[in-house]
Design a protein around this ligand. Structure first.
Ligand code: URA
Length: 175
């Protein structure tokens, strides 16, 4: 999908590069994060900064590398602020296009901000990570954003446990 000409929200005024999702388009698992950060804004690639490196390290540790990864908005909010509702609304069709194209069996939402916008609920990740949701009938889980573990390493263990459980569940139930 071509996004170069997207001027649908104010984030186009400050972005360097838009950041579309990437990964294996045949993957059964799709991660959805919040928004590109500084490194992603420069490179145009999702989750290549510190948080992304940590996530990829965790996934490697649990022997999983077959995924597609994207964000709820495709351009970096200035100073890494949270995306606004109207920015999410303007950008949502790109995400829905990705979901429809990849057609994953499982969606894993990274962090409370993305969960709030996508699931339209305002609960703590602590509560949401114990539940199963759905987006267009696709089983959807929530865990902490890997950036949380950069600031507070005590999040590492629950993130790893969640990913292991969700990905193994898929192996048992789907493959
Ligand atoms: N954090 C996100 O949520 N997405 C990225 O692409 C990078 C960092």
């Amino acid at each position: 999908m071509i996004m170069e000409e997207c001027f649908d929200c104010r984030l186009c005024q400050t972005r360097i590069k838009y950041v579309y999702g990437e990964g294996n388009i045949n993957s059964k698992i799709m991660f959805i994060g919040e928004a590109p950060g500084a490194d992603e804004n420069i490179s145009g690639r999702p989750f290549i900064g510190q948080a992304g490196k940590l996530l990829r390290k965790i996934l490697k540790e649990i022997n999983f590398n077959n995924f597609y990864i994207t964000n709820i908005v495709k351009c970096r909010p200035p100073e890494n602020r949270d995306p606004h509702q109207d920015e999410f609304d303007a950008c949502k069709h790109y995400l829905m296009h990705e979901i429809n194209t990849i057609n994953p069996q499982i969606i894993i939402i990274l962090g409370g901000i993305a969960a709030k916008y996508l699931l339209k609920i305002n609960k703590s990740v602590l509560k949401m990570r114990k539940e199963v949701y759905d987006i267009d009938y696709i089983k959807t889980y929530v865990t902490y954003h890997p950036a949380a573990a950069l600031y507070n390493p005590s999040y590492l263990k629950p993130i790893k446990e969640d990913l292991k459980r969700i990905i193994n569940e898929r192996t048992i139930n789907i493959i």
